[in-house]
Design a protein around this ligand. Structure first.
Ligand code: ZN
Length: 521
């Protein structure tokens, strides 16, 4: 079949030779062939198409040569230009090696290409066949071929995905670039990069010293160290990405980040989304780590704290037991930590090697609430419906403190009596007296502080009404059970001096540890 035999285009009347454009693009198969040493594909195709143009005696006005290898029109600037020119009627023919060089992306792309060629009456010439999309038969044929091309593309994509997974499972790094801090051997193995690995080490060291990603990025920028992308623009997210990457503890990970295509104006942009860890393919102990496992875990436990809370109100959320509960063995304050893949938190001793076992934080908190509630059982104050929640708390506490103060005063009197009777030695008396006198002093102080606080609160008129019921208001015992969050924290700070936590390895007494709650008064 020759072009002269097909329907004569109107423009032919004025121009003796048909105007043609070449469209050149590498397919995936070409890239693979080149890798095998099959030579430059595009140059080869260019020669073939020029020959084809010679056979049909057409004039080549322009060659569109795609450098990008994207499947979609959005990713191919030359294709966009070609479509634009075709729709402006610049060409009678477009020469390409195969129909699927034009497009084998999705249906929408397919439709755009077909519509553009159909409307302008531009024919597509391949070494095999000439397509005139105005001809119904050709159109059907084109649709069928592109349908096949799309199907094939899907199969290729799926095969490639499987191949990637297998590579990772075999320990080969197949990302576009090796991760920052590493070099890649020809066998696709990762080895620490003497240039950048120390930077990664330093980032982790800074993070271990409780520096956040923003502060670390600032230090890196100040030192003008090149960032993973090659410039000196270290951003907090770059730092966070490095801190969260298991590759530095020696694990090879695939599928941590997926790129989603976003259409923005004329260009395709990629949106990076960090996937859930259960979607990752991880191969531990794959290569030489840059940071040791313990450091990696510690840094990651710290950076996993919800950053939104801190940045949203710029105030760290303090849990009700913070700084109040201590390990009975090493006397260090216990810390609350989220538990991986579990809805609850853990309360653990921060000392390395301490035999104290951790427990569920929520369980301990509830035990503390119950213990306090028991201590305050039977104490009641006169209800006052006008009171705000806050003054209700203060009042109940004031009541309890006043009662404790009375007991301490009586105790002091007794200690003096016993000393006079010769029951205590001078040193015993002094120690005992000092102890109780200190408790009395603190009770007085607390009482004074509460009074002051209450006066201040009374001045604030528009305080939120209490959500607690009347019974809880006047009975502190209930208050300890019903309060939550900040209110509970305020209540604990005012009433608890310290809580000692005991749970050793041979402790088989159920899930809950032994707690020794020491009151402030
Ligand atoms: Zn401990």
């Amino acid at each position: 079949m020759t072009i002269k035999e097909t329907t004569v285009h109107e423009s032919q009347v004025h121009s003796p030779r048909l105007r043609a454009a070449l469209y050149l693009r590498k397919s995936r198969a070409d890239l693979e062939a080149e890798a095998r040493g099959d030579g430059e594909t595009l140059a080869k195709h260019h020669r073939a198409l020029c020959e084809l143009a010679g056979q049909h005696d057409v004039e080549i006005r322009r060659a569109y040569q795609e450098i990008a290898s994207g499947e979609h029109i959005l990713e191919r600037p030359q294709m966009q230009q070609l479509l634009h020119d075709v729709s402006n009627g610049l060409y009678d023919l477009v020469l390409c090696m195969d129909l699927d060089r034009l497009g084998r992306g999705n249906l929408i792309d397919q439709g755009v290409i077909q519509e553009t060629f159909k409307r302008s009456g531009t024919r597509i010439v391949t070494p095999r066949k000439i397509y005139d999309l105005r001809d119904e038969l050709d159109e059907e044929w084109t649709e069928f071929e592109s349908f096949l091309a799309r199907r094939e593309l899907k199969l290729i994509t799926r095969r490639m995905q499987r191949g990637r997974e297998q590579s990772v499972k075999a320990g080969r790094s197949i990302s576009k670039r090796p991760p920052y801090g590493y070099l890649r051997t020809d066998e696709l193995k990762l080895i620490p990069d003497p240039q950048t690995a120390p930077v990664v080490k330093w980032i982790y060291a800074l993070a271990s010293n409780s520096l956040g990603p923003s502060a670390i990025a600032e230090r890196l920028r100040a030192m003008a160290l090149p960032s993973p992308s090659g410039n000196a623009l270290w951003s907090p997210s770059t730092v966070r990405f490095i801190l969260l990457n298991p590759v530095y503890r020696g694990a090879l990970v695939w599928g941590r980040v997926r790129s989603h295509k976003v259409r923005e104006m004329e260009r395709a942009r990629y949106h990076r989304v960090v996937m859930e860890p259960d979607a990752w393919i991880v191969r531990e102990e794959n290569h030489e780590p840059i940071v040791d496992c313990a450091t990696w875990e510690r840094v990651n436990n710290e950076s996993k704290r919800p950053p939104t809370c801190a940045s949203a109100n710029n105030k760290k959320k303090i849990h009700p037991l913070a700084g109040l509960i201590f390990c009975a063995t090493c006397k260090r304050a216990m810390v609350r930590q989220p538990v991986k893949n579990r809805p609850h938190n853990a309360l653990r001793c921060a000392t390395k090697g301490c035999p104290t076992r951790s427990a569920r934080y929520e369980l301990v908190l509830h035990a503390v609430q119950r213990a306090l509630s028991d201590q305050f059982r039977g104490v009641a104050i006169t209800p006052n419906p006008e009171q705000t929640e806050f003054t209700a708390v203060s009042d109940s506490l004031a009541h309890v403190i006043a009662r404790t103060r009375q007991a301490r005063e009586e105790q002091l009197k007794r200690i003096c009596e016993m000393y006079e009777q010769g029951v205590y030695t001078r040193t015993q008396f002094q120690a005992r007296y000092d102890e109780v006198a200190e408790q009395l002093r603190q009770a007085n102080e607390s009482l004074e502080a509460l009074k002051q606080e209450r006066n201040e609160t009374n001045h604030k008129t528009n305080r939120a009404k209490s959500a607690l019921n009347a019974r809880a208001r006047c009975e502190p015992s209930h208050l300890f059970l019903s309060c939550k969050g900040d209110d509970l924290r305020a209540l604990l700070i005012k009433s608890v001096r310290r809580i000692e936590y005991t749970r050793t390895l041979n402790d088989t007494g159920g899930e809950c540890p032994r707690l020794n709650v020491e009151l402030l008064f």
